[in-house]
Design a protein around this ligand. Structure first.
Ligand code: C2E
Ligand code: CA
Ligand code: CA
Length: 643
């Protein structure tokens, strides 16, 4: 499988370059400042020295000037040949005429120039870059008799500055090189760390597959890549069936192992150019490139479903896995990432609804259904808040005595615009969100209140059966909530029966069992609903503290002509565990007769009573108390009970 990598340009080297440039500019500026400072310092000290010498010359030529002794003056001046920077020294008389003069050998005519005092002065300036020219008056007893003009060369200063500059440049170059080396090495490390972080951020650590984010980035990239124009892509969403059960029953180690094995199986089921990703706990996504027909997408989805529907041999156990698969195709079903994903999601939802181990392709109708679901969800939320739901009760009868023994509470929703919405439609919607908790709580308290009420008027004790969803059971407070509702309503805990399905119990092994045991201890009865449709494993009955099981109506339906062996087996097995048997969906007298004959304890169905409003049930109670009847009696239509 090609691992999806996000293309991020490494800015490390660029950063190093920029940083080095900054260091270079800073060094250049400081070097220039230092050089200027050095130049000023050197020139100032040269000027001071030159002034001192000029003063000394002025002192020593005062006498020769006074006595017009030129050789003596010449000697004084000549002694300056030992001072290297003195270029020329001239002594002028007070009238400006040249008296004596010394010039360093080897000067050009222009350099030796200053023949007159004015000429000499013209060159003098405090910041003349070339030579330093100083003057000193020759005085005798405070009276000026002449002028000394000394020209000192700055050659030495310039040479020194050049040296200094060369040193600074060399030092700066070394500094820049070090700075570059350090920053680029640091940059490389940062880039490496960034790469690792990027890998971690885009990879699922368990399976090594690209994670959700990386997958959607890749999907986005592929949908918008110009070279993909004309190609089709199938987005396949995979959801493992009952993964939670594996985790709960075999432990998280086995769960992780299964996920890893599934990841490998998925990779083997597709080409290396296709992308496999783990996008959630037990959810995977596969991006399959297809060549021609849209139907190839469905084929790919089926291939993927088949690849997972097989036993996986884990270290300590073997698991038969299966998955629900939904697929949508670009560009046929959608052209944008979000729409493509939601199409595949809708197809997956449909696959889950159709039972396990199926692959379903997206159909535009699904959008309509999904919109309806979304609308119903928000309207159901309001209906719960506004107390707009209702309960009906379906009576349950003792098979032998025909006596009314209980009633199952079934929720009803009279939608203002859509009319009656079936719980078969809105309960799954509520179960997909947190709504089921509020709904279940509402049903529970209303049912307990109603049951408390009817037990006040009834001569016999009549229980109420309430359906409980997995999410409710998973609430840590569930048993407390039930007890609170019981004490609030005043209903005897033994008159409350909670109906749970096998799959709910399986999915809540850890959390559920404790909660159920506590409920059982407080007298609440538990019933296993829809028995036979789930795991149908009678051995689980031993682990769960249930009082009764309800044979699903799909088993009752073929009776009495077919299907008797399985129902007989269920009844005898349940009885051997001390569990009562309720048959639901009883529609025909012949079914009822067979069930009563076969030892079934309780019946519930359209034959003996349809779900009815509370008032009607109250009426039935009154009748039942005065006229006990035996349901299996020939000639007596049990239907009359509900009418
Ligand atoms: P269920 O718990 O299996 O409830 C029995 C369903 O079978 C009811 O459908 C009932 O009207 C129907 N039924 C009863 N007798 C017969 C019969 O003789 N023949 C046939 N064909 N059907 C019969 P209903 O009321 O539409 O409820 C459907 C499902 O909705 C229920 O199945 C239950 O799973 C769920 N449900 C209903 N009320 C609640 C509730 O308050 N909470 C929860 N969590 N789920 C509920
Ligand atoms: Ca039920
Ligand atoms: Ca049922």
């Amino acid at each position: 499988m090609k691992h999806v990598k996000l293309e991020t340009p490494s800015p490390a080297r660029e950063m190093a370059r920029i940083k080095t440039l900054r260091v270079g500019v800073a060094l250049l500026i400081s070097s220039l400042v230092l050089l200027v400072y050095q130049a000023v310092t050197l020139r100032t000290s040269l000027t001071e020295d030159a002034n001192m010498i000029a003063e000394m010359v002025a002192d020593n030529t005062a006498a020769p000037l006074m006595f017009d002794d030129k050789p003596a003056a010449g000697e004084v001046l000549h002694s300056l040949s030992k001072v290297p920077y003195v270029e020329t020294v001239a002594v002028f008389k007070s009238n400006g005429a040249l008296f004596a003069r010394y010039a360093k050998p080897g000067l050009t005519e222009r350099e030796r120039g200053e023949a007159t005092l004015e000429h000499a002065r013209m060159h003098a300036g405090p910041w003349s870059l070339t030579d330093v020219i100083v003057e000193s008056e020759v005085q005798v007893k405070g009276k000026a008799i002449g002028e000394v003009v000394l020209v000192a060369t700055t050659d030495a200063v310039v040479a020194q500055l050049l040296h200094y500059g060369a040193f600074l440049s060399a030092a700066s170059l070394v500094a820049i090189w070090v700075a570059f080396a350090v920053t680029s090495r640091m940059g490389a490390r940062v880039a490496q760390a960034e790469k690792e972080l990027e890998y971690l951020a885009s990879t699922d650590p368990l399976t090594g597959l690209p994670n959700r984010r990386a997958f959607y980035d890749e999907l986005d990239r592929r949908l918008h890549r110009p070279s993909y124009v004309g190609t089709r892509l199938a987005l396949v969403l995979v959801d493992l069936d009952d993964f939670k059960t594996v985790n709960d029953t075999l432990g998280h180690g086995a769960g992780d192992e299964l996920l890893t094995r599934v990841a490998t199986a998925l990779r083997q089921a597709v080409r290396s150019t296709d992308v496999v990703s783990r996008i959630g706990g037990d959810e995977f996504a596969v991006l399959v490139e297809i060549n021609e027909d849209k139907s190839e997408g469905h084929l790919a989805a089926m291939r993927i479903a088949r690849a997972l529907a097989r036993p996986f041999n884990l270290q300590r156990s073997s698991i038969v896995a299966s998955a629900s698969v939904g697929v949508s195709v670009f560009p046929d079903d959608a052209r944008e990432v979000a729409a493509l994903v939601s199409s595949a999601d809708m197809a997956l939802y449909a696959a889950k609804g159709r039972g396990k181990n199926t692959a379903v392709e997206f159909h535009p109708n699904m959008t309509v259904e999904a919109r309806r679901r979304a609308r119903l969800e928000s309207e159901l939320r309001k209906a719960i808040e506004m107390d707009a739901l209702d309960l009906v009760y379906q009576p349950q009868f003792d098979c032998k005595t025909g006596a009314l023994v209980g009633a199952e509470a079934l929720v009803r929703w009279e939608h203002p615009a859509d009319g009656t919405v079936s719980p078969a439609e809105f309960i799954p919607i509520a179960e997909d969100s947190d709504l089921i908790v509020a709904l279940g709580q509402w049903v529970l308290s209303r049912a307990c209140r109603d049951a408390a009420h009817w037990n006040e008027v009834s001569a016999t004790r009549i229980h109420v059966a309430v359906n409980v969803s997995a999410r409710q059971l998973r609430q840590s407070e569930f048993d407390h909530q039930v007890k609170a509702v019981l004490s609030e309503s005043g209903l005897d805990s033994q008159l409350l029966e909670l109906e749970l399905t096998e799959s709910q119990l399986m999915a809540n092994m850890d959390a559920g069992i404790d909660s159920m045991n506590r409920l059982r201890a407080s007298g609440v009865r538990l019933s296993l609903d829809d028995f036979g449709t789930g795991y149908s494993s009678l051995s689980y009955l031993q682990s769960f503290p249930v009082n009764s099981l309800k044979i699903d109506r799909s088993f009752v339906h073929p009776l009495p002509d077919a299907g008797q062996p399985i129902v007989t087996a269920i009844i005898s097995m349940a009885h051997s565990f001390g569990i009562a048997v309720v048959a639901e969906g009883v529609e025909h007298a012949a079914q009822l007769a067979w069930l009563a004959e076969s030892g079934c304890d309780i019946v519930q169905g359209f034959l003996t009573g349809r779900p009815m409003p509370f008032e009607q049930l109250m009426k039935l109670l009154g009748d039942d108390a005065t006229k006990p009847r035996v349901l299996s009696d020939a000639g007596m239509s049990p239907k009359t009970l509900a009418e």
